[in-house]
Write a protein that binds this ligand. Structure first.
Ligand SMILES: Nc1nc2c(ncn2[C@@H]2O[C@H](COP(=O)(O)OP(=O)(O)OP(=O)(O)O)[C@@H](O)[C@H]2O)c(=O)[nH]1
Length: 238
């Protein structure tokens, strides 16, 4: 017969390193009696936050973003709801660092992150996926709405002013690439990201401070994605 799981007293947990990490990260520690249930839950929540959020902006980090992308692809394949992926990159960001210093660059990244977050719905996932690169997953986003939302974000960032020390406030722009997940098709995170990246590349090449979205979604289902659909159908019928 199976033995019941052996429960250990909370004090037996070795949490020194975890607490040290949270303190170094400036995380809020739970305001409760140490080793009580509430306190332990607070520590676990804080550790989850630390491993899923970007330290500079507080946005979702790359690892969490990739998990969210997989979840969304799964949902789109099952429900057929349209989902949009936007990738956003600050234009000529190197010049901001070079002319105003790395700390000013960091302030610009934080301000852009805040602006982007203010322009989307709570159900959307906003992530920092690289130095000056962000991504947004917009579930259940009507295809006719894609350009509108991308343009709204682009305009908001273009109107932003960032105070950095004594110098005149900085302004900046972003380029945006976007692609809808192919509906009813089991695509891969890599293919979806590559599509959005291609549009970002186009936005940069066409002069920056613009949003380019993939058009004709259905016709752009790649041979690889069709193959994936076929594989799923075959599996299901076995
Ligand atoms: N301040 C700051 N700079 C960063 C960070 N991460 C990356 N960078 C810098 O971001 C710059 C990115 O420059 P590039 O990739 O050349 O792109 P860009 O100058 O934005 O040019 P385009 O994207 O082509 O418009 C590099 O100078 C990196 O050192 C960060 O966390 N903070």
């Amino acid at each position: 017969m199976d033995q019941p799981p052996r429960l250990i007293p909370a004090h037996a947990l070795r949490l020194e390193l975890a607490l040290q990490l949270l303190q170094q990260a400036g995380a809020m520690l739970p305001d409760a009696e140490p080793y009580t249930e509430v306190w332990l839950q607070g520590i676990l929540d804080a550790l989850c936050d630390l491993s899923s959020k970007d330290a500079l902006t507080g946005l979702v980090n790359r690892r969490s973003f990739e998990m969210a992308l997989d979840r969304e692809l799964d949902r789109v394949a099952r429900s057929g709801e349209p989902a949009l992926l936007l990738v956003l990159d600050i234009d000529h960001f190197k010049a901001i660092n070079d002319n105003h210093g790395h700390a000013a660059g960091d302030q610009v990244i934080r301000a852009v992150a805040r602006s982007i977050s203010q322009m989307v719905r709570p159900m959307d996932t906003v992530a920092r996926i690289g130095g000056e690169e962000f991504a947004i997953i917009l579930p259940n986003c009507p295809t006719t709405y894609g350009v509108t939302v991308a343009e709204r974000i682009r305009e908001r960032v273009a109107s932003l002013t960032v105070e950095v020390g004594q110098a005149a406030p900085l302004t900046t722009t972003i380029s945006i690439g976007g692609a809808f997940a192919p509906q009813w098709v089991r695509s891969s995170a890599l293919l979806w990201t590559e599509r959005a990246d291609r549009q970002l590349y186009r936005a940069k090449a066409e002069g920056r401070n613009r949003a380019c979205l993939e058009s004709h979604i259905d016709s752009l289902v790649s041979a690889e994605e069709k193959g994936m659909l076929f594989a799923v159908t075959q599996q299901d019928s076995e």
